[in-house]
Design a protein around this ligand. Structure first.
Ligand code: A2P
Length: 333
């Protein structure tokens, strides 16, 4: 049986991770189409022993394609997502363009795989910080409903693409050379610094990333009652987001119960070695499919043992983006 897959944004950080994962997971595609902007069109690349010429994304790019993996930008998805769906393929879209559209399922395969069935040609992949935070929270929420989540993120620069990683590298060198680093991708220098997330701040004082975490979690959990407050911060890390998550449950819960539930949860790995002070870190989570979870402890400030603190680290290019999208594509075939 033939299965034709197009990758829109193939030269980007997530696009390249799509290729690594498609190969690693033996994705059963019979043919690929590599798409990017006019900047990269015409360049040759090799994938699974075959030569491909990168094509410029256009209105006819999706004729005969079964699945399109999009990771170019929100603007590109808004324009070409519906065109691709109209051409008969199913789009798995990594941008925020359709995430909150009531007609578009927003899917994390470990949480709401059944939502895929409701797709009308586009399935949205959630925001990276949302995915990384909620994969470990979901199995706990199913057992003992979470009433309130307080999340603080420590986000890697690569969430803003390849050029952000290059910028961090360059700025570290500039600082070490005694020069004043010049920011381009972000408003502030990212070397030896951390700053409030670079997305726009709304009238309520929350930035777009923080609001995405709130709205997307409610949509994926199918629970508008869960209370969530977030603070999103960029840190000088190349890859992998960390999150400190404080949870208030409906009923009492112990760290042992949390450990027991998470030890059986898909997509999660416990790294919680108190004796050696060994907990989730970007250096160990990078390149891994699982979200690492540690610092599992009671929050004594919440009455009746209903509070738990955890600290998580997840590769935001993998599970936060490309892997989640490929898992969705795997459910489609
Ligand atoms: P290109 O190589 O042509 O710039 P990142 O998020 O890492 O910066 O990657 C963005 C990806 O999206 C790249 O593959 C980039 O391709 C692609 N892209 C950006 N703008 C467009 C566009 N207008 N049409 C198609 N692809 C685009």
């Amino acid at each position: 049986m033939s299965l034709k897959v197009a990758i829109a944004g193939v030269t980007g950080a997530v696009g390249q991770e799509f290729l690594t994962l498609l190969k690693e997971r033996n994705f059963p595609a019979t043919e690929y189409k590599m798409l990017a902007s006019a900047r990269s069109a015409g360049k040759n690349m090799e994938f699974l022993g075959k030569e491909y010429t990168i094509e410029e994304l256009g209105e006819n790019s999706f004729d005969g394609i079964d699945i399109a993996l999009f990771s170019a930008s929100g603007t590109v998805s808004k324009k070409y997502g519906p065109i691709a769906a109209e051409a008969g393929c199913v789009v798995v879209d990594n941008s925020s363009a359709f995430r909150m559209d009531p007609n578009t399922p927003l899917v994390v395969p470990e949480i709401n795989p059944e939502a895929i069935k409701t797709n009308k040609g586009i399935i949205a992949n959630p925001n990276c910080s949302t995915i990384i935070g909620i994969v470990p929270v979901w199995p706990l929420h199913k057992t003992n409903p979470v009433k309130r989540m307080v999340v603080s993120t420590y986000q890697a620069v690569s969430g803003a693409g390849w050029q952000a990683m290059e910028e961090l590298k360059q700025q570290v060198q500039e600082v070490l050379d005694g020069k004043e680093p010049v920011p381009h991708t972000f408003k502030h220098s990212c070397a030896f610094n951390c700053f409030s997330h670079d997305s726009e701040i709304g009238e309520n004082g929350y930035n777009v990333e923080e609001m995405k975490m709130l709205n997307e979690t409610r949509k994926i959990f199918g629970d508008n009652n869960i209370q969530i407050t977030t603070t999103c911060v960029r840190v000088p890390v190349f890859r992998t987001h960390c999150e400190s998550i404080n949870l208030q449950f409906t009923n009492p819960i112990t760290p042992e119960e949390v450990r027991d539930i998470l030890s059986k949860a898909p997509g999660v790995k416990i790294v919680d070695d108190r004796i050696n002070n060994h907990f989730p870190m970007p250096s160990e989570a990078s390149g891994q499919n699982d979200i690492l979870v540690g610092r599992i402890r009671q929050d004594f400030s919440i009455a009746n043992n209903c509070g738990i603190n955890i600290f998580v680290a997840g590769d935001q290019i993998r599970k936060g983006a490309a892997l989640n999208a490929i898992q969705i594509a795997e459910l489609l075939v």
